[in-house]
Write a protein that binds this ligand. Structure first.
Ligand code: HDE
Length: 729
């Protein structure tokens, strides 16, 4: 058989982990091979079904046709009930050197490298929805450790909408498209969502996060991850401590503008998955550090919130994050369905050294994740699907079920037994056996929320207070947007009443945009969602106090803590606007300067092919004003060259390209005649574009002095202050 022409060097060649090697036995590549049936029979004609005569009916005998069509008929499985749209990649986790005191988990010990598979997702949209929906992002990591699989199934927001798992189906039914007409797709801007939110004040904290820039990540590589619940770490001495897990992105945390997000959804609904895929293919591997906030058991009750309540976070200014190790994603999947779609996460997949808390949301999740796979993946053997297989060996008495792969030998499938010398045997703690934490628990069976869960507004206010002015404006605008789509006035009004419990400025600004006065909270029962016989008054949350202060970890402004010291422009996309007659030499210099720093530059022109420079030199064009858009780039450079700029100034798409980049607060550079295009792109009410922050120009057509300033501006990501001046909310 012939050989593949140019065997593409994949990162798999460079990156081999125990899991990658283990997956190899399931890979298939038909290149150079004969076409066969699923039974291995070589097929002679795959273009014509077997018929009775040239123009006659197809014969039932045609087993080749039937096999092919039958398989096709059944190739869809149910999408995930939530987090349906996702993208994943392989990589590894490497532990730093100081964790033994915290946890006995083998994968956390100094220098240990563990293969991982990480899936990011949106929550509400279906599998074919857009990456850029305003939504929470799932951040689920499967660690294939030597002691079994550990899944850290988190989100990019550290709190959740509800406190008790029993409310999850209600919440999801409210946020998903409405059941009568299945509208809207992947959006919170509708009546049922706000009906739920406004009658569930525990949602108010997370609502602000979901309306903030956190819900619009520029890249999956530029967002934080959180385990959300309080977990436990247990060391070899059996000492247990409470922890919150955090993923901190090496590239900092960045967002796009809401208007931009909506446009990206049209221009490139695969924006995030494409970005992740391309960066891994290029070798620009995304990285996060894994850290924990640690709370000693004796300090469990020292906070003015309950650490078992998932609608609360532990402010990092109170308990800083200690880093345990780093994760690098360095290999794309071979097959989306086999890996990304079939991967099954479960927060109950833990290893010795990690345990749970009594958070009622966490406790309910412990049931849901295995249960949901039974429908989605068709039976109890999903752990045998290659992507889910543990690299630690599996031995137990579980047998049979749909699609069982393992051929369990022997007469015995039970324990204890004498016939097989009592194997497989239980492992002592010293032999790596898992043993749940010895926590003393006693109480009455009771369906009641703990009073320690009742304060619903203080942390919402803490979050609001901790945002920069631009971030606050984004929250206000997002709420105005969403509530403008709510049809029922009383749902809008009630939501405003809830917001008024958080902050008077917040509610005033939102109400102003809706054209209504701030409604009075008087007489409105705020906590409806208590049991029928519960004492509602005792579970009434109080409005947030005025002096809650701030936490430095909650903002993701360019100057915020999470972005400090992150000056790299690696993987940023810069559009270079030019056409025939442009100053090609200057373009070359600028592109080189950007690429030397790891950014990517693309020439956007009025036509594909090449552009001819003023000096006769030619440059290959990457995209046109029709095929691409400014929302797909992080920054824009307008090249000099009289003839080129004269054409661009007359081109509405080119003018809009700069205008949008400016509106979306992106760094913009122009040299020589290119400055004229900037002037043409100014919009009514905007500040002087040439003197705006993040706009760098040079009258000189050469770019020598311009490049370093432009690079510094790109590193800052966005200049949100422009919006504050031009479009205050
Ligand atoms: Fe999930 N969640 N969830 N969730 N969740 C699922 O499991 C559930 C919650 C999260 O990439 C489902 O395999 C309940 C919080 C992620 O495959 C399901 C409750 C957090 C993913 C399920 C929660 C998450 C899921 C659907 C309330 C952040 C995607 C498909 C008690 C800490 C994993 C599946 C992937 C997926 C149930 C709340 C994160 C139905 C009952 C809080 C990242 O089992």
């Amino acid at each position: 058989m012939s050989k593949k022409p140019t065997a593409k060097k994949t990162h798999e060649d460079a990156v081999s982990t125990a899991k990658t090697d283990e997956l190899a036995q399931n890979r298939e590549d038909g290149y150079g091979q004969f076409l066969t049936t699923n039974q291995g029979l070589r097929i002679n004609d795959d273009q014509n079904s077997l018929k009775a005569g040239e123009r006659g009916p197809t014969l039932l005998e045609d087993f080749i046709l039937r096999e092919k069509i039958t398989h096709f008929d059944h190739e869809r499985i149910p999408e995930r009930v939530v987090h349906a749209r996702g993208v994943a990649a392989h990589g590894y986790f490497e532990a730093y050197g100081n964790n033994a005191n915290l946890s006995r988990a083998d994968f956390l010990q100094a220098g240990v490298q563990t293969p991982v598979f990480t899936r990011f997702s949106t929550v509400a949209g279906s599998r074919g929805s857009s990456d850029m929906a305003r939504d929470v992002r799932g951040f689920a990591v499967k660690f294939y450790t030597q002691e079994g699989v550990f899944d850290l199934v988190g989100n990019n927001i550290p709190v959740f909408f509800i406190q008790d798992a029993i409310k999850f189906p209600d919440f999801i039914h409210a946020v998903k498209p409405e059941p009568h007409n299945e509208i809207p797709q992947a959006a919170s801007a509708h009546d049922t969502f706000y009906d739920f939110i406004s009658t569930n004040p525990e949602s108010m904290h997370m609502l602000l996060w979901a309306m903030s820039d956190r819900a619009l990540p520029r890249s999956l590589r530029m967002m934080e991850g959180f385990g959300v619940h309080t977990f436990r770490l247990i060391n070899t001495e059996g000492k247990s401590r409470f922890v919150k897990f955090h993923w901190k992105p090496k590239l900092g945390a960045h967002a796009v503008a809401w208007e931009e997000a909506q446009q990206i959804s049209g221009k490139d609904p695969d924006f995030h998955r494409r970005d992740l895929w391309n960066c891994i293919e290029m070798g620009a591997y995304p990285e996060w550090e894994l850290g924990v906030q640690v709370v000693e058991e004796e300090d469990e009750r020292k906070f003015d919130f309950d650490i078992l309540d998932s609608t609360k976070l532990i402010p990092e200014d109170l308990v800083p994050v200690q880093m345990l190790g780093k994760m690098v994603l360095n290999r794309n999947v071979d097959n989306y369905f086999a890996e990304t779609e079939q991967v099954a996460f479960h927060l109950g997949h833990v290893v010795p050294g990690i345990d749970f808390s009594n958070d009622p949301l966490l406790q309910g999740r412990l049931f849901s994740y295995t249960d949901t796979q039974l429908t989605r993946l068709g039976g109890p053997n999903f752990h045998e699907i290659p992507i889910n297989r543990s690299i630690a060996p599996i031995h137990n008495g579980q047998r049979d079920g749909h699609m069982r792969q393992t051929i369990n030998k022997g007469q015995v499938a039970y324990g204890p037994n004498l016939l097989n010398d009592n194997f497989p045997k239980q492992a002592k703690l010293s032999e790596g056996g898992f043993n749940s934490v010895h926590e003393r628990v006693e109480g009455h069976k009771i369906r009641l929320r703990s009073k320690s869960f009742v304060d619903h507004y203080s942390q919402a206010k803490l979050f609001w207070n901790s945002q920069s002015d631009a971030e606050k404006m984004h929250i206000v605008k997002a709420l105005r947007f969403d509530l403008s789509h709510v049809q029922k006035e009383f749902v809008r009004t009630r939501t405003l009443v809830q917001l008024s419990q958080i902050d008077s400025e917040l509610v005033r600004r939102v109400a102003e945009g809706l054209g209504v006065a701030v409604p009075s909270a008087e007489g409105v029962q705020l906590n409806l969602q208590v049991g029928a016989d519960a004492d509602a008054a005792s579970l009434q949350s109080k409005p947030a106090a005025g002096n809650i202060g701030k936490d430095s970890a909650l903002s993701m402004a360019p100057t915020a803590k999470i972005n400090q010291g992150k000056t790299s422009i690696k993987t940023r996309h810069v559009a270079v606007l030019a056409t025939d007659g442009a100053n090609v030499a200057a373009i070359g210099d600028l592109m080189k300067a950007l690429m030397d720093q790891g950014a990517q530059a693309a020439i956007v022109a009025t036509h594909l092919g090449t552009i001819k420079g003023s000096d006769g030199k030619e440059l290959l064009v990457d995209g046109t004003f029709h095929s691409t858009a400014s929302v797909l780039y992080d920054a824009v450079y307008v090249a000099g060259g009289e003839a080129s700029v004269a054409v661009l100034k007359q081109n509405a798409d080119a003018v809009r390209f700069v205008n949008e980049a400016f509106r979306h607060c992106k760094p913009i550079a122009a040299s020589g005649a290119g400055i004229e295009l900037l002037k043409a792109a100014a919009y009514p009410g905007a500040e002087d574009i040439l003197n705006a922050d993040g706009v760098v120009t040079s009258l000189d057509a050469q770019v020598g002095g311009l490049a370093p300033q432009f690079i510094t501006a790109i590193a800052q990501h966005r200049f949100w202050g422009r919006e504050l001046k031009a479009m205050p909310a």
